[in-house]
Design a protein around this ligand. Sequence first.
Ligand code: NAP
Ligand code: ZN
Ligand code: ZN
Length: 346
Amino acid sequence: MKTNGYAVLQPKAPLAPYTFERRALRATDVGFDITFAGICHSDIHQAREEWGSAIFPMVPVHEIVGIVTHIGPDVTKFAIGDRIGVGVFIDSCRTCENCLAGEQQYCLNGMTGTYNGYERDGVTVAFGGYSNKFVIDQDFALKVPDSLEMSGVAPLLCAGITLYSPLRHWGAGPGMKVGVIGLGGLGHMGVKFAAAMGAEVTVFSHSAGKESDAKAMGATHFVVTKNPEVLAPLKESFDLILNTVSAELDINKYLELLKLNGTLVVIGLPGKPYEVTAFSLLRLRRSLSGSMIGGIPEIQEMLDFCAQHNILSDVEVINADYINQAYERTVASDVKYRFVIDASTF
Ligand code: NAP
Ligand code: ZN
Ligand code: ZN
């Protein structure tokens, strides 16, 4: 299937138009026209090799929505014309205990990433969603509820589930104080979900201008972190803090804000190690944990939760030829709050 997209042809090169072939449909495959594709900061980290060496040419993006155009003979989950979504992985071993538990993102044999990796045959490079067509096995695609506007759904497939999953895992709800560090693509979804679950939400941001947006999304408190003294009065008061910052950060300052048995969850992936002092953990029996996206059943649950609570990502819809500028603006924390590409412009 001839596909038009954008690719990074070599490390650190800007994105440029790129034409390639998607595979012919297998029996349980679904083919679809992409309508919108969100720009995740992980795309930028990988295109720039901030996490180590990558595979080029690279067609990034793992926040993909579209409309089904083709189905293989054994497809039961989708029909032509259905709304469909794809997130950060397109396959997994399907047999290990984590896959069987629906936690395919933690597949013991390695999930198959939507791009910058090989399919399970070990040789075919996976190409992501900066493109106009996609092919995927039905078991790794999501059903997008009809009530949700499609451009605001695309970022839910990565940014949305990545914040929904830890909030559910650590039981966010009434009576809990939740902090979200960084009001970007991931962080703004965390604020919306935590507020919808009934928690009291505080945003920690290095951008003073985001306060009114944060409050409109459901935050009760907004803390501008440029001056570290502002954190002192908040010591020992949070149950759960989610760190979504894409850059290096002193996480000890935030560990100090946790109350007894509180947890700080690492979600941002700056590529460099964090430094953690033993005292900030053992005082008040605090935990430092991590969380990575979510499994297929939980992504579907999150989409249905969004339909129920009318939650979407706040997006700036752009044309394909604006991707490189969008990357620069994302790195500068200048996006409200996710760039989403209109895939008809590929
Ligand atoms: P993003 O839209 O760029 O948001 C990151 C936010 O971090 C910015 O909006 C900014 O918020 C804050 N920030 C950026 N630079 C900063 C700095 N120098 N100092 C302090 N704060 C800074 O990125 P994203 O797409 O949300 O992704 C965030 C991180 O999560 C990335 O590293 C990405 O790779 C990672 N990620 C992880 C998973 C997972 O499964 N764990 C999934 C997807 C992405 P303020 O302006 O409010 O300060
Ligand atoms: Zn992502
Ligand atoms: Zn597995």
